[in-house]
Write a protein that binds this ligand. Structure first.
Ligand code: PLP
Length: 217
């Protein structure tokens, strides 16, 4: 299964984040052993525990909503935070990145779904964040792209429109704020049920869990 997915993504130069939340170490190791090195978790405590137990050459991504008071636990090692949705959060990430002598890569999470439950910025809020003087003074974070989640629905037309919207947001922000910066390249969108649609819409990074590890209960 993973080999087929990897091959399919590889042809399109899309990165795979294997979402291992709720899954035991033994199962994650199986994927590690066939070469997967990028794993994503959505809870800080679980992320920290797994990072301690698993081989050290793994890139750990924080993909879930992140509370400010928990940033310090992942700041020493996290490779990419997908879920930045406020200035206060990114300022906290910057602070703990500095304490750990690191620069932490982040994605701005945008709200593209027709649901009340999903976190994220509007395009306008993202622009306000990027325009603010306080933001430009942060030295230990690097914004490398955007992230979004589509509505949980079988309506493929709607999902496609939402992913297109995120691609549009990416293009808008790239051309305004990161035109000459080679590091702003990532569009993290697509999960088990909709990653093919996401890749078609321009995703550079998919976050796949249940398709690789089986259903979560
Ligand atoms: C759980 C989760 C995923 C993966 O979901 P699947 O449907 O199992 O592929 C992707 N992104 C986020 C933010 C998640 O919390």
């Amino acid at each position: 299964m993973i080999k087929e997915i990897l091959k399919e993504l590889d042809i399109k130069h899309v990165k795979l984040v294997a979402v291992s939340k709720t899954k035991p170490i033994a199962q994650i190791l199986e994927l590690y052993q066939v070469g997967q090195r990028v794993f994503g978790e959505n809870k800080v405590q679980e992320l920290v525990e797994k990072a301690e137990l698993m081989p050290k050459d793994i890139e750990w991504h924080m993909i879930g909503h992140l509370q400010k008071n928990k940033v310090k636990f992942i700041a020493p090692f996290v490779s990419l935070i997908h879920s930045v949705d406020s200035f206060e959060l990114i300022a906290e990430i910057d602070k703990y990145a500095a304490k750990n002598n690191r620069i932490i890569d982040c994605l701005l999470q945008f709200y593209i779904a027709q649901e009340d439950t999903k976190f994220g910025l509007s395009l306008q809020e993202g622009q306000e964040l990027l325009n603010s003087k306080q933001f430009t003074q942060l030295e230990n974070i690097r914004i490398v792209g955007v992230m979004g989640m589509a509505t949980f629905t079988d309506n493929k037309t709607q999902v496609k429109a939402e992913f297109n919207q995120l691609k549009h947001i990416f293009d808008e922000i790239k051309s305004t704020y990161f035109k000459n910066e080679d590091c702003f390249i990532e569009i993290s969108m697509g999960m088990s049920d909709d990653y093919k649609i996401a890749v078609e819409a321009g995703s550079t990074m998919v976050r796949i869990g249940s398709l690789l590890f089986g259903k979560r209960f």
